[in-house]
Design a protein around this ligand. Sequence first.
Ligand code: NAD
Length: 462
Amino acid sequence: MKAHDGMYIDGAWRPAAGRDTIEVVNPADEQVIAHVPAGTAEDVDAAVRAARAALPGWAATAPAERAARIAALRDVLAARKDEIAGTVTAELGAPLSFSQSVHVGLPVRVAGSYAELAASYAFEERIGNSTVYAEPVGVVGAITPWNYPLHQIVAKVAPALAAGCTIVLKPAEDTPLTAQLFAEAVHEAGVPAGVFNLVTGLGPVAGQALAGHDGVDLVSFTGSTAVGKRIGATAGAAVKRVALELGGKSANVILPGADLARAVAVGVASVMGNSGQTCSALTRMLVHTSQYDEAVALAAEAAGKYGDRIGPLVNAGQQARVRGYIEKGVEEGARLVAGGPDAPREKGCYVSPTVFADVTPEMTIAQEEIFGPVLSILRYEDEDDALRIANGTVYGLAGAVWAADDATAAAFARRMDTGQVDINGGRFNPLAPFGGYKQSGVGRELGPHGLAEYLQTKSLQF
Ligand code: NAD
């Protein structure tokens, strides 16, 4: 596959400071498809300097012009959708149709939403005898994961551009080719030199250098809770703004009276889509004891139908990790009703769509984020019991509630310690704030709340 052998810094592809490279591997057949440079602290420093130099000009650019550049970026991404989808499929392993509809379709929508918000947002308001200005935070260090490689980038870069911030992006090492295509799109969209910069590299090297760099004003990180804690500590020590989008263990709560078949189908699809590598996946299904056996049978049947339609996991390490969790589930006494730990194919990082019944709340598979196609079905006795189980993890990213009517489901959702809840199959809204309660994170992405993350206020009293 096509790959740049340099970093995109100050509007051009420049040679990396060091010679080390990272192999990009297609997880479907485990073949090396490209190499990209492994950035060092020196590359990060060059990129941060470029971003800082570009900051005054971009911050002073009229919001309408910033909006026009984001709209142009959206158009380039849309025009190059086939190439981007093919690249996501090659380095992440997602089926091509899913890459086209979700991995490219969603970020195009999100970029479009920020083109509109940049043009319409009230960057100035009157409060009593004050005028309050919303000003850009400054230079943003963005660190992204591989699971939605383009979406995670756009969810940070588009609002940062809208706010008037400049950016250095360190994408995940498994999916750097999508990030390189994004940098090409930024260039084509006419975003001025230095406003967006890309440094590929390893997390503990390039990522850590970026998170700790004095010239970065805000670190926006999406990834695991373990790394997020370290980044939060580094940013805190330097009194830097930080936004953390971390892991999840979300509950799909099916109350008596709900459309059971639909609730189970949507829940299974949320766990199997993207091979289970979705932070907001509904990985715990909570079913009333009276409907438990029926739900288990429906879920096992739905998972069985996935068969060959599911892609591989991103790499062999994730595959081994997920299979380890499945073994742990069996060891702790959960009952396998679909899938299992055996690799379904000889080649590639595949894991069978797996469903566990008789899962109890304290089991490892009910507490820890697995990040693979593994569903746990838990039983509850009454609503208070369901709420205790739903809220009984360290996470609080997403959730779903199903009931006979929206009001009953919404009343339950209001008691959940989580950042967003789908009511009776409510659709994903790219303008709704996305982010976590508890250890699922700090801050919000998407829509106007996501834009506010990149702004700070200044009040002038008259
Ligand atoms: P990860 O934390 O290992 O890596 C994420 C990013 O951080 C990568 O770019 C990596 O290179 C970088 N990184 C790693 N170590 C670093 C360090 N010491 N300093 C600075 N940067 C470092 O996570 P992952 O395995 O890539 O992604 C999976 C995790 O991401 C899951 O836990 C998932 O739930 C979470 N996630 C959360 C959201 C959300 O919005 N809440 C979205 C997607 C993924």
